[in-house]
Design a protein around this ligand. Structure first.
Ligand SMILES: C[S@@+](CC[C@H](N)C(=O)[O-])C[C@H]1O[C@@H](n2cnc3c(N)ncnc32)[C@H](O)[C@@H]1O
Length: 355
């Protein structure tokens, strides 16, 4: 595979001039990995308006490199070399990388930034300062918070979902995971639940396997990629860490480009990607069910209207909520919402909530 259009020529990467970071470029099947500071690296290798989606998890400026002292975990399996940012420079650092992110995003492209609470205000300041527009402020709830006695236990991260303004609005594949009329056993909409802005997900438990500090769960990344990009799109992670965004993007048949400043992390974690088959996650995805509007355009027969009226009264008598009745009727009678509502009105059946 060649380089995506608008990627700058990669032929003129300067030779290593010394210092701890080597600007290494690795191309695995057209997916590009740079062992480099993302700000300098993006300037050097990525053109304006060149990526569709950025998913990234910058260092938190809270001494992430010594985080094991706070978390009760076996450090032998956590990759060394995590590069932290000095909290005193967090604002400037955020402005610098987020203005690069803005430049490389296509108009209408999306960015998800994972952030803790401590330096959240700097990230928000930089996102707004760069001209990105808020789509959602997502709360990711987890269950690995640090135990405290004198205050509540912190058990969430912030995920800031923003878009770069443009003529085209951001991609949002609303039914990529659940059809609009799919229900849980108690009749609740699965699509609605999946799109609520509080996500309850745990980290993967990788006992005795190498991991990065703060490694994001695959499930979380897959969700963002499914909703906010299409196969063939280019996904970028400016702070790769354990290469988790890369694994999810390649697994979903997206192109990938990313940066990681730490030589140690880069060389250890890159190995996980060797032999990864593009699209390897596709088979494991659930197929959303879409209601077939099989009777679209057909006029209602008297018999059908009678049956629909009867079903409506039954559901109402069973105290089924109004917002569940219409989708249920759509499915049973193979008609769209509008057609059902019109037919109900014609039958003199109001849609007031059952008392
Ligand atoms: C919070 S971790 C990312 C974790 C990652 N999302 C994962 O799931 O494994 C942040 C990473 O950014 C790297 N980093 C710090 N400063 C950087 C910079 N200027 N450019 C690129 N990477 C950087 C750190 O070494 C660390 O691996």
């Amino acid at each position: 595979m060649g380089l995506p259009p608008k990627f700058k020529s990669l032929d003129r990467i300067p030779a290593l001039m010394g210092g701890p970071v080597s600007p290494t470029r690795v191309d695995l099947g057209g997916n590009l990995f740079f062992n480099q500071d993302c700000i300098a690296g993006a300037r050097e290798h990525l053109g304006d308006d060149s990526v569709d989606l950025i998913i990234t998890d910058p260092p938190y400026g809270i001494q992430g490199h010594i985080m094991h002292r706070h978390y009760n975990r076996d450090e032998r399996f956590v990759a060394d070399g995590y590069v932290e940012v000095d909290g005193a420079h967090y604002n400037e650092f955020s402005h610098r990388w987020i203005s690069e992110a803005y430049r490389i995003l296509k108009p209408g492209g999306s960015i998800y930034v994972v952030s803790g609470y401590t330096n959240l205000y700097h990230i928000l300041d930089a996102l707004h300062g760069a001209g990105l527009l808020e789509v959602n402020h997502i709360i990711w709830r987890y269950r690995f918070g640090v135990y405290t006695k004198k205050k509540y236990i912190s058990s969430h991260y912030h995920i800031l979902f923003y878009e770069k303004p443009g003529k085209r609005r951001h991609t949002f594949n609303v039914t990529s995971r659940f059809g609009l009329s799919e229900k849980d056993p108690s009749g609740g909409s699965l699509n609605y639940q999946d799109r609520e802005d509080v996500w309850d997900m745990n980290r993967e438990y990788k006992r005795k396997r190498a991991k990065n500090k703060n490694e994001l769960p695959l499930e979380l990344l897959v969700k963002m990629i499914q909703y906010s990009s299409d196969p063939g799109n280019t996904v970028c992670d400016l702070f790769m860490g354990g290469f988790s965004t890369a694994k999810a993007a390649i697994g979903l048949d997206r192109r990938f480009v990313g940066f990681e400043i730490s030589k140690e992390i880069f060389s250890t974690r890159l190995k996980d990607l060797e032999g990864l088959r593009p699209g390897y996650l596709q088979d494991g995805l659930r197929t959303p069910m879409h209601v077939q509007i099989r009777n679209q355009g057909k006029s209602w027969t008297e018999d059908e209207l009678g049956r629909m009226r009867q079903r409506f009264l039954e559901l109402k008598a069973n105290r089924v909520k109004k917002y569940k009745i219409i989708p249920a009727l759509c499915e049973e009678f193979g008609r769209g919402r509008w057609s059902i509502e019109k037919a109900l009105k014609k039958n003199g059946l109001g849609m007031r909530e059952p008392k």
